[in-house]
Design a binder for this molecule. Structure first.
Ligand code: PA5
Length: 533
C-alpha cells in the first residue's frame, strides 16, 4: 500500500470543528482520486468566484449568495451586507415581540403557535430545522402546510383548533413563505387558511406575516391587506439554500431556537470548506467521494442514514438540495447530459428493519452515508443490558450495518458530528450546501436553477385550463352523457386519455357539478354535468 493509499483509508477529521468525514469504507483508489483533483481545484476556484459575487447562475443571470447570509461582511457590496444584517435584526426583534405578547392576536392577546405555509425550499429547510432542534421547551410549536391537499390542510386546522384554548385559530400566527411569491401551492394554502380564520370570525391579515421577494404577488397582497410584517427574500438566494435567510430564521426564532448558534455553525463550516484541496476540507471530500462512487454520473444512489431521530428529515431535505441542484438535462455548456444523483433515506436504526435488507443483499446500485452523532442525550442513561445503554445499541447498529455493507462491497461514507445542536445542524447544512455546489461544478451543471420545477408549474396551469374547458363542454351538452372522446373532439384536444382523467377527477372529487353516468374503464366511462346540490 502506498502512502497515498494509506491516506485514502482515513478521514477528514476536524476536531476543532467537531466533524469528521470518514471514507474508510469507500475503497477509494488513489489514482482515481488524483485524476479528479484538477476538476476539484477548478470547482473550488469557481466557488471562490461565486462567493466574491460572480454571476454563478448564468441561465438566470443571478449571483449566488447563500454563503453571505452567515458572513455578511463577505457580501460583494455594502447594501447587501446591510440588507442581511437588517433582516436578521428584524427577525429577532419580531420573534421577541411575539413572545412578549407585544405583537399580539387581537382576540387572543398572545400568539402561542405558528403555522408555516410554503413548499420546496420554502418549507423543507424550516421543517428540517424545526424537527432537529425543537423540543418540549419550545417557545411556540411550529406546524406546516406544504401542499395544496385540502384534506391535509383540514386535518391540520382541525388539530390546531382542538388543541387551542379558545377552540379556534385566534392564537395561531401564520407565516407564509415564498421567494417568488407566486407558487400556487403556497397561495392556495394561504387562501385555505384565510378561509379557516374567517370561519372562526377572525381576520387573516391580523395573524399573518410574509417572507417573500420585494414586489412579488405575495408581497403585494401582504402590503395591501396590512399583514403584521413582511421579511425579505432576495433573488441571489436560491430556495433550497435559503434556510439561513429569513425563510429558515423566522420560523426558528419564533420556535425559540438558537439562531445565532445555527448561523455560527454554518459560518464555521464555511471557513473549513474554503480550504484548498480535499485533505482538510470535509465538503471537498464529500464531493470527491460522490463523484468516485457514481463515476460522475450518479451511477449509484446516495442513501442517507442519520442515526438520530432529530435528524430524520435530513434525508428529505438533502433529497431536494442534491436532486434539484444536480438533476439537469443540460450542462453548463448547453450539451445534453441528463445528470443526477438519487438521494433517499430516513433514519437508522429504524431503516434496518426496512430497505437496508436490499442494500445488504440486493442490487449493487448505491452508496450509503451514515450520519453519526456522538452526544447521545441530555442527562443520564439507564443500562438496557449490563453496562450497555440504548445509545450503545444505536452505535452498534450503525457500525454493524456499515460493516455488513462493506463486506458485501456496498461503499459508505460516515459523517460524524459531535452534537446535533443548533451549531451542529448549521454545520451540516453548510457542509452539504458546499458539497453539492462543488460536485455540480465538477460535473459541469448549474446547481442554482431548476428548469424542471418551472416546467412542472407550467404543465399544471395547462391542465387546469383544460379542466375548465372540459367542464364548459359538459355544461354545453346540458346533461347529455359524453365520453372522453366526445369531449376531446368538441375541444379539439388530441390527448383523449388526459381528457378522460380530467373527467374522472371532476366527477370523483365531489367539488364540481360533474357526474359519472356509466361505463367501466377510463375511456368507456361517460359523464354529464349535474345540478349543484
Ligand atoms: O429550490 C427552489 O428554488 C424551489 O424548490 C423553490 O423553493 C420552490 O419551488 C418554492 O418556491 P417559492 O419559494 O418561490 O414559493
Amino acid at each position: 500500500m502506498t502512502n497515498e493509499d494509506a491516506e485514502l483509508q482515513g478521514c477528514v477529521d476536524d476536531d476543532a470543528l467537531g466533524v469528521c468525514v470518514d471514507w474508510t469504507a469507500m475503497d477509494l483508489d488513489a489514482s482515481r482520486v488524483a485524476a479528479l483533483e484538477p476538476a476539484l481545484a477548478a470547482a473550488q476556484r469557481s466557488m471562490t468566484a461565486l462567493e466574491a459575487g460572480a454571476e454563478a447562475n448564468p441561465d438566470e443571470h443571478r449571483r449566488v449568495g447563500h454563503y453571505w447570509l452567515r458572513a455578511p461582511e463577505l457580501a460583494p457590496d455594502p447594501s447587501l451586507r446591510l440588507a442581511i444584517e437588517e433582516a436578521r435584526r428584524d427577525v429577532e426583534s419580531f420573534a421577541r415581540a411575539v413572545h412578549a405578547g407585544e405583537v399580539r392576536a387581537p382576540a387572543a392577546g398572545r400568539f402561542d403557535r405558528v403555522v408555516v405555509v410554503g413548499i420546496g425550499g420554502s418549507a423543507l429547510g424550516p421543517q428540517f430545522v424545526s424537527h432537529a432542534l425543537g423540543g418540549a421547551r419550545d417557545a411556540m410549536p411550529l406546524h406546516f402546510v406544504d401542499n395544496t391537499d385540502p384534506d391535509g390542510i383540514d386535518r391540520l386546522v382541525a388539530r390546531l383548533r382542538v388543541s387551542a384554548h379558545g377552540g379556534d385559530l385566534r392564537g395561531t400566527l401564520a407565516v407564509v413563505i415564498s421567494k417568488s411569491g407566486g407558487s400556487k401551492e403556497t397561495r392556495n394554502g394561504m387562501l385555505e387558511l384565510a378561509a379557516a380564520y374567517a370561519a372562526d370570525g377572525l381576520r387573516f391579515a391580523e395573524h399573518a406575516v410574509a417572507v417573500t421577494g420585494d414586489g412579488s404577488e405575495l408581497h403585494r397582497v401582504a402590503k395591501a391587506e396590512g399583514w403584521l410584517a413582511t421579511f425579505p427574500m432576495w433573488d441571489w438566494v436560491g430556495g433550497r439554500t435559503s434556510v439561513l435567510s429569513a425563510v429558515g430564521l423566522l420560523p426558528a426564532a419564533l420556535q425559540g431556537l438558537d439562531t445565532a448558534a445555527f448561523l455560527a455553525g454554518a459560518r464555521a463550516m464555511d471557513e473549513a470548506t474554503r480550504r484548498p484541496g480535499w485533505r482538510t476540507n470535509p465538503a471537498a471530500a464529500l464531493a470527491l467521494a460522490w463523484h468516485l462512487a457514481g463515476n460522475g454520473r450518479g451511477d449509484r444512489a446516495m442513501v442517507v442514514l442519520p442515526y438520530k431521530d432529530r435528524l430524520e428529515l435530513f434525508s428529505r431535505y438533502l433529497q431536494q438540495l442534491v436532486m434539484e441542484s444536480v438533476g439537469k438535462e443540460r450542462g453548463l455548456d448547453g450539451a445534453v447530459v441528463h445528470q443526477g444523483l438519487t438521494v433517499y433515506g430516513n433514519k437508522g436504526s429504524t431503516d434496518q428493519h426496512a430497505y437496508v435488507q436490499q442494500l445488504r443483499d440486493g442490487r449493487d446500485d448505491f452508496f450509503a452515508t451514515f450520519i453519526e452523532v456522538l452526544k447521545s442525550r441530555d442527562g443520564a442513561s439507564i443500562d438496557v443490558d449490563a453496562g450497555v445503554t440504548s445509545a450503545d445499541y444505536l452505535y452498534g447498529f450503525l457500525e454493524g450495518t456499515r460493516r455488513a455493507l462493506h463486506e458485501r462491497r456496498g461503499p459508505s461514507l460516515t459523517v460524524t458530528l459531535r452534537e446535533a445542536d443548533a451549531r451542529g445542524v448549521g454545520m451540516l447544512v453548510a457542509l452539504y450546501e458546499r458539497a453539492v455546489g462543488l460536485y455540480a461544478s465538477m460535473i459541469g451543471v448549474n446547481a442554482y436553477h431548476q428548469p424542471g420545477v418551472e416546467a412542472g408549474k407550467r404543465a399544471a396551469a395547462e391542465v387546469l385550463a383544460l379542466q375548465a374547458r372540459v367542464e364548459a363542454s359538459l355544461r354545453a351538452a346540458e346533461g347529455a352523457p359524453m365520453l372522453a372522446a366526445d369531449v376531446a373532439r368538441s375541444l379539439g384536444e388530441p390527448d383523449v386519455s388526459l381528457v378522460a382523467r380530467v373527467l374522472r377527477h371532476l366527477a370523483g372529487g365531489g367539488e364540481h357539478a360533474v357526474a359519472r353516468v356509466s361505463g367501466t374503464g377510463l375511456l368507456a366511462a361517460s359523464y354529464c354535468s349535474r345540478a349543484v346540490s
